[in-house]
Design a protein around this ligand. Structure first.
Ligand SMILES: [Zn+2]
Length: 396
């Protein structure tokens, strides 16, 4: 299912009989509410059914006591164009990822484009084109925030001003281009920030032939907004250096699926020990050499909850509200005024966990029963997750 950005409006939608409502807010991850009211894609009420106006809805969904959470935000993807990735020559990967509960993806650079231009005019043109193309075309309804240029030597402050004026809001991973020295990266990251462009730095060893090592000193000197794949993409810095980054930098700690899993756990634990869980955000770094992982975000949630011993409701915040706040997105939190982007989950059939949260803490992936973006149902029972025990029902 491919959907253009100009879409039908959801009208009034009511979600009732919610069993567990995960907020995305790390300071209050579970809400005491069983009903959400939506109007034209935005949340207008969250509360107890008796306190909400549920009359005259265009669509009413009985959630059947299952869990509603904000749609997952993948903080680190490498899209190219449409729903195709040249990395593994696959089509339909974004739609497939929507079946894994992801409703928003953030580009860390359209680096896999065959023949990607590396001259300054060319890289700017690509970024602007990618931003426009994904703004106009949403595979599976997924919001892909793209247009993330890979910075190269020779760029000037004016280039960043021009990119920002053209609607580019992100830098691709700093370090994937010719700018690899800390002092060079620092200057360009600061120019980007001055014009409202958010930056991410590649952390760790080279990802593919042609890329290079970015060590902790470069990460600290560059001071990008997001410490991209702090657990390596794939090759990690030594665990002690990763913990040092968590401690010495105040920037976002991004942990990815296509990284070192042992260091992923160490980084998450370090963030908790440093009392800054709000800095942790999750991504996949897919498509990658390890493939396309439609369940990559859910696998990260299960990994960190089970092996880093972090309550599942907190880890879901790493994948939703934390990212929304750090990246200034109008989704990722269950709050009036936010986008009605949700994933509906229940414990997978025959998991050892007695509840959804317990099943995740035991390392199992939840079953998805429905995904909604902008108040519109994008899929019912996921074709990718293990089957949810109970699924929501559209009453009308
Ligand atoms: Zn990278």
């Amino acid at each position: 299912m491919a959907t253009a950005a100009v879409e039908e409006k959801s009208g009034k939608v009511v979600l009732r009989n919610i069993g567990l409502l995960l907020s995305g807010d790390i300071d209050q991850p579970i809400l005491d509410a069983d009903t959400i009211v939506i109007h034209d894609g935005l949340i207008t009420a969250v509360g107890r059914e008796k306190d909400c106006d549920i009359s005259e809805a265009k669509t009413t969904i009985d959630v059947r006591q299952t869990c509603v959470a904000p749609g997952l935000i993948d903080s680190h993807v490498h899209p190219v164009f449409g729903d195709w990735t040249p990395r593994q020559n696959q089509i339909g990967w974004i739609d497939s990822t929507m079946h894994g509960g992801v409703t928003t993806m953030i580009s860390a650079g359209e680096v896999h484009l065959p023949g990607r231009p590396k001259d300054i005019v060319g890289l700017k043109a690509l970024a602007i084109t990618a931003q426009r193309a994904f703004d106009n075309f949403r595979p599976g309804g997924v919001k892909v925030i793209a247009g993330a240029p890979i910075i190269e030597k020779g760029m000037t402050e004016h280039d960043f001003q021009e990119l920002a004026a053209a609607g580019v809001m992100l830098l691709g991973e700093v370090g994937l281009g010719s700018v690899k020295a800390g002092y060079e990266a620092k200057e360009m990251v600061a120019w980007a920030r001055k014009y409202g462009i958010q930056s991410t730095i590649h952390t760790g060893g080279p990802s593919i032939p042609g890329s290079g090592l970015i060590d902790k000193d470069v990460v600290l000197e560059a001071d990008a907004d997001v410490i991209g794949h702090i657990n390596g993409g794939h090759t990690s810095l030594p665990e002690a250096h990763v913990c040092e980054l968590c401690e010495k930098s105040s920037r976002a700690i991004e942990i990815v699926h296509n990284g070192n899993e042992r260091v992923a756990i160490a980084a998450a634990k370090a963030a908790l020990e440093l009392k800054c869980p709000h800095r942790v955000i999750l991504g996949t770094d897919g498509p990658a050499g390890s493939g396309v992982q439609p369940l990559g975000m859910l696998r990260m949630v299960a990994l960190l909850s089970s092996l880093a011993n972090i309550p599942a409701e907190l880890v879901f915040c790493f994948a939703t509200g934390n990212t929304a706040r750090i990246r200034n997105l109008n989704c990722g939190l269950i709050e009036v005024g936010r986008a009605a982007d949700f994933v509906f989950m229940d414990r997978a059939q025959h998991t050892a966990g007695k509840t959804l949260l317990e099943s995740v803490q035991l390392g199992d992936i939840p079953g998805i029963g429905m995904v909604m973006i902008d108040g519109l149902v994008r899929c019912t029972r996921s074709r990718n997750t293990p089957p949810a025990t109970e699924v929501p029902v559209v009453l009308h």
